[in-house]
Design a protein around this ligand. Structure first.
Ligand SMILES: Cc1cc2nc3c(=O)[nH]c(=O)nc-3n(C[C@H](O)[C@H](O)[C@H](O)COP(=O)(O)OP(=O)(O)OC[C@H]3O[C@@H](n4cnc5c(N)ncnc54)[C@H](O)[C@@H]3O)c2cc1C
Ligand SMILES: NC(=O)c1ccc[n+]([C@@H]2O[C@H](COP(=O)([O-])OP(=O)(O)OC[C@H]3O[C@@H](n4cnc5c(N)ncnc54)[C@H](OP(=O)(O)O)[C@@H]3O)[C@@H](O)[C@H]2O)c1
Length: 491
């Protein structure tokens, strides 16, 4: 493969000169596929490197990361998940199977001519600053069938997902509990697949977001007893008729298998304890989330911190390298991008579209504007403000909750709007735009998606093990008028 330096390109929508860069996109999941689409639209030359044999990532038929468990149905409705430029088939229900979402991502790749940009079976093994004159560039190394390849790119997007390395906190009393019986096990939701593996067991599920809620519900009625430990619980509460107990942070595993919970709620330490009602715990499932890991990136060489952490820093807008200059190196490395880093994203595909469009426009800027001191300082200031806003809760750095969490932080919806407004500075809104985020209706569209998402949120189980009736709702949306309805007759 030959390499070419960034080329000047002229595009009708703006009189400013634009650069076309050669970009390596690592990962062919939904984030990588979406990114390639927007790089291409902005005039860049994108190549997708995907370890697996198809696009789709965790939703692919033969995923490289088998995190999606047996029988999983999406926890978002199709009208929220889909790109505004490509509807799901009207024949599919609102909450769908893994296979249906995989087929959609493949259809997205076909519709926008992205499959031909992908090299499948290509595992990227190293990405490092290239020794080159002028603007910083990147050496990318990869293997296909054990044969090593290498090339130099102007920019790199990391879109390798982040649900493949579990976050495994140690639990109070864990060692003592494990020592009490050789059959006791602690597993992580990454390896959870089938409730039948827990039939008749007494299981402690730790964590109360999507995985914790799904797993607790699936174990309910199959396991002998389900304990759910999560921060929304303020004091141990047993629902004996349902064989479920809700326990707070600070709950301790005892050698005899029982649980001891801080009396009157936990977290602070040093509280009096009470023994929790219910049979001895025989298995623990940690639904505690994941850590970031990019084995092909050297943290020191790139000036980033991420390995084994629940954050990646410093990243401007959660997606663009914003580290200080490398010793003896170039001014900054904003041509290293990340799409899909945020957590608790309410609508992954449209969200990735906003991130990718923003990145593609940033990279179309001339080198002087992209790498200049002013732009570098602005990016670093943004990172500093975000770090201040989350304080000691590093794990919230990329948590795009649906409402603002405090000064300096934003909801996912505000974040998407901010990215799109910045994108429109160089790709102005136009009624005839052939992509949703370039038409004047983009904001109304997002508002409608947000409203449907809010309805889904209001129907989400209040207690983790409760019925997921919300998944039986069917949404119908008239995008032109922004009106929508929900058929909740089966909920
Ligand atoms: C259990 C679970 C359920 C979820 N449910 C929903 C849901 O209902 N709805 C929803 O919208 N989202 C859901 N999500 C979120 C989901 O992760 C995102 O929707 C989306 O699939 C993330 O896409 P991605 O491209 O970032 O990552 P992935 O889908 O993980 O794709 C990353 C790709 O990168 C490739 N790759 C990794 N390393 C390399 C390398 N070194 N070289 C080359 N290729 C590499 C992998 O093979 C993979 O194909 C769920 C996530 C989990 C874990
Ligand atoms: N059906 C579905 O569609 C489905 C199912 C499962 C997952 N998902 C998706 O998969 C992704 C990952 O979700 P996830 O639920 O696995 O991870 P997650 O969103 O990262 O949630 C992990 C939770 O565990 C908590 N936790 C961490 N350590 C803990 C401890 N020691 N004690 C108690 N709680 C602890 C965390 O709290 P802190 O933040 O305070 O640390 C957090 O609330 C999300 O995108 C989600 O939407 C979807």
């Amino acid at each position: 493969m030959c390499s070419a330096a960034a080329a000047v390109l002229s595009v009708a929508t703006t009189s400013a000169p634009r650069l076309s860069r050669r970009v390596a996109v690592i990962g062919g999941g939904s984030a990588g596929v979406v990114t390639a689409r927007f790089l291409k639209r902005a005039g860049h030359d994108a190549t997708i490197f995907e370890s697996g044999s198809t696009v789709g990532g965790v939703w692919a038929d033969n995923p490289t990361n088998d995190v999606v468990y047996k029988g999983l149905h999406t926890n978002l409705p199709t009208v929220v998940m889909q790109s505004p430029d490509l509807d799901f088939a009207s024949s599919v229900p609102s909450y769908i199977t893994k296979e249906m979402l995989g087929q959609y991502i493949e259809a997205y790749g076909r519709e926008f001519g992205l499959l031909q940009l992908a090299t499948f079976g290509a595992t990227v093994t190293r990405v490092a600053p290239a020794a080159s004159e002028g603007a910083p560039r990147w050496t990318v190394e990869w293997t296909v069938d054990d044969v090593a390849h290498s090339d130099v790119f102007d920019a790199v997007v990391v879109a390798t997902g982040h649900y493949n390395k579990p976050y495994m906190p140690s639990l109070p009393g864990e060692e003592n509990w494990l020592a009490g019986d050789a059959a006791r096990r602690i597993t992580h939701s990454l390896h959870y697949d089938d409730p039948d593996d827990f039939r008749g067991q007494s299981v402690l599920v730790v964590g109360g977001r999507s995985s914790g809620v799904d797993i607790a519900r699936m174990l309910y009625g199959v396991a002998e007893w389900v304990y759910v430990l999560e921060k929304k619980c303020t004091s141990a509460t047993t629902h004996a008729a349902e064989a479920v107990t809700h326990v707070p942070l600070g709950t301790r595993l005892c050698r005899n298998g029982r649980l001891a919970a801080p009396r009157g709620g936990g977290g602070g330490g040093g509280e009096e304890e009470e023994e929790v009602e219910g049979p001895p715990v025989t298995k623990v499932v940690l639904a505690t989330g994941y850590v970031y890991s990019f084995p092909f990136l050297d943290e020191t060489a790139c000036g980033l911190t991420f390995e084994g952490e629940r954050f990646v820093t410093p990243l401007y807008q959660h997606l663009m390298h914003a580290a200080r200059p490398f010793p003896g190196g170039h001014a900054a490395r904003p041509t290293l991008g990340f799409v899909g880093i945020p957590l608790a994203v309410p609508c992954p595909i449209p969200f990735f579209e906003c991130q990718a469009a923003f990145l593609a426009e940033q990279w179309a800027k001339p080198d002087a504007a992209l790498h200049g001191a002013e732009a570098t300082a602005r990016r670093q200031a943004w990172v500093a403000a975000m770090r201040d806003a989350v304080g000691s809760r590093d794990q919230d750095l990329h948590y795009t909750s649906t409402s603002a969490r405090g000064p300096g932080t934003t909801s996912a919806w505000a974040y998407m709007r901010e990215l799109l407004r910045a994108t429109h500075a160089t790709r102005p809104v136009d009624e005839a735009g052939d992509c949703w985020l370039e038409r004047p209706s983009w904001e109304a569209r997002l508002t409608t998606v947000e409203a449907v998402y809010a309805d889904r949120g209001a129907r989400y189980p209040k207690l983790p093990w409760e019925d997921d009736a919300y998944r039986r709702c069917e949404y119908t949306v008239d995008w032109a008028s922004g009106t929508w309805s929900v058929d909740a007759s089966r909920c």
